[in-house]
Design a protein around this ligand. Structure first.
Ligand code: ASP
Length: 432
């Protein structure tokens, strides 16, 4: 029995997901050869795909809430070393915003989803008519509310209502961050129980995410089969998927080989070529594990022993970065949301694009540093702007290689910021 389990465990999940994707495509094409094939796929396979998406949506709010509260309360030293804390968070947010803007620009410029055959888009819109209509209503509502509608959208008036509505992710984020900040202001020994509670809750929720992601190969197979039959076997969707992947890869390479080296050149005394050489093994580790949390020890080692960052800075900046700073993830999420909207023929208003920017910046903070951490969060970002979460099926099959790349970018972003902050701190120390 034991042997059986270990044999099974040897096939990595991402290969199973890829196999699921291929199986789904084959099943979809096979079904199209029969009269009732598409109907059978719709009635007997698609529900499993939908259950998978629902499970992801189910866990999204608890995950975002608990990981944000944990992330913010984890900044316990922020008051002790407040300048370090302020600088760290400020730079993290700025780099994330730039990464998201890169993703949005790439998605809008390349328009990978528009390659899909237009006749198929009309057919798809029919399928998702309910969400598309809600999306239109949302855009109109946004337009009639003036330029600050977006800010107004962040603040909830009722937390239970926000928690019971998957489109209200910004509300949940607002409450979680507010709760975390208030918790920081209360003496720690008075709230020890609550902090421990959140630590334990986080472990349970991450386990739930793990179970759900293990179901991914089957969910992806079902969704893919449904997608192929929905598209009537039209291959243009795969062409657009390839362009989507290339767009993401290009963005990741820009972040890794242009953006960070430029930051290093501008704000530190290190040569950017030396920086790239030294971070390479860490990037490789992140690339193979697809988890920035699992890479943390290597990230710390790289920062301290290879980039010369002081332990004082790295021990604060890097663990915080694992949760808060995910440039690769946020850039990827922005491209994905635009891609899915384009494939489904959903026109996004400028305000919706602004909401996507804000949401991807904030949601990358709530994304766990584990393989596939993005899917869970993406379901929420999609629903929040009125795009059907089932659209995720389009990109799940090829997620793993992109996940590997974005994880490498995430950790490179963390060490870049650590190096910049260390250089600034050193200067301050010398000036004293
Ligand atoms: N795998 C990524 C990480 O650990 C998270 C994601 O799915 O984007 O950094």
């Amino acid at each position: 029995m034991k042997q059986h389990i270990s044999k099974k465990a040897r096939i990595p999940l991402y290969l199973k997901i890829l196999a699921g994707m291929i199986a789904g495509i084959v099943i979809g094409f096979a079904a199209l050869q029969f009269d009732k094939g598409a109907e059978i796929v719709r009635n007997w396979l698609m529900p499993w795909g939908k259950i998978f998406i629902k499970m992801l949506q189910l866990i999204a709010i608890p995950l975002v809430f608990v990981s944000l509260v944990k992330g913010v309360t984890g900044l316990q030293d922020i008051r002790k070393i407040s300048s370090l804390g302020g600088k760290t968070i400020g730079i993290y947010i700025i780099t994330t915003v730039i990464a998201v803007l890169l993703g949005v620009s790439a998605g809008l410029l390349v328009k990978p989803g528009n390659i899909v055959d237009k006749s198929q888009v009309a057919h798809l819109q029919e399928q998702y008519v309910e969400t598309t209509e809600r999306n239109r209503a949302l855009a109109e509502e946004n337009q009639s509310q003036g330029p600050l509608a977006f800010l107004n959208d962040i603040v909830p008036d009722n937390i239970t209502a926000a928690m019971s509505d998957n489109t209200k992710m910004l509300h949940v984020i607002f409450f979680a961050v507010f709760f975390g900040i208030a918790a920081l202001a209360v003496p720690r020994d008075k709230i020890k129980g609550v902090l421990e509670f959140f630590d334990s809750l986080d472990l349970i929720i991450l386990k739930m995410v793990d179970y759900i992601i293990r179901f991914a190969p089957y969910g992806v197979a079902a969704l893919m089969a449904g997608l192929v039959t929905d598209f009537g076997g039209n291959l243009s969707v795969f062409g657009s998927l390839a362009v989507f992947a290339l767009t993401v890869i290009a963005c990741m390479l820009i972040l890794m080989f242009i953006f960070y080296p430029v930051l290093i050149k501008l704000f530190t005394k290190m040569k950017w070529t030396e920086f790239l050489k030294k971070v390479y093994p860490m990037q490789l580790f992140a690339f193979t594990t697809s988890s920035s949390a699992a890479t943390l020890p290597v990230t710390m080692d790289t920062a301290e022993n290879k980039l010369g960052v002081s332990n004082r800075v790295s021990s604060f900046v890097l663990p915080v970065g694992v949760t808060i700073n995910m440039d690769g993830t946020s850039c990827y999420q922005a491209v994905s949301v635009l891609f899915i909207a384009q494939v489904l023929g959903i026109d996004l208003s400028l305000l919706q694009i602004l909401v996507i920017i804000a949401m991807t910046v904030l949601s990358s903070i709530g994304t766990p540093g584990i393989p596939g951490g993005s899917y869970v969060i993406l379901t929420m970002v999609l629903t929040s702007v009125g795009i059907p979460a089932e659209g995720l099926a389009l990109i799940l099959g090829i997620d793993r290689p992109l996940d590997m790349l974005r994880t490498a970018v995430n950790v490179t972003g963390d060490v870049t910021v650590a190096k910049i902050i260390d250089t600034a701190e050193e200067k301050d120390r010398k000036n004293i």
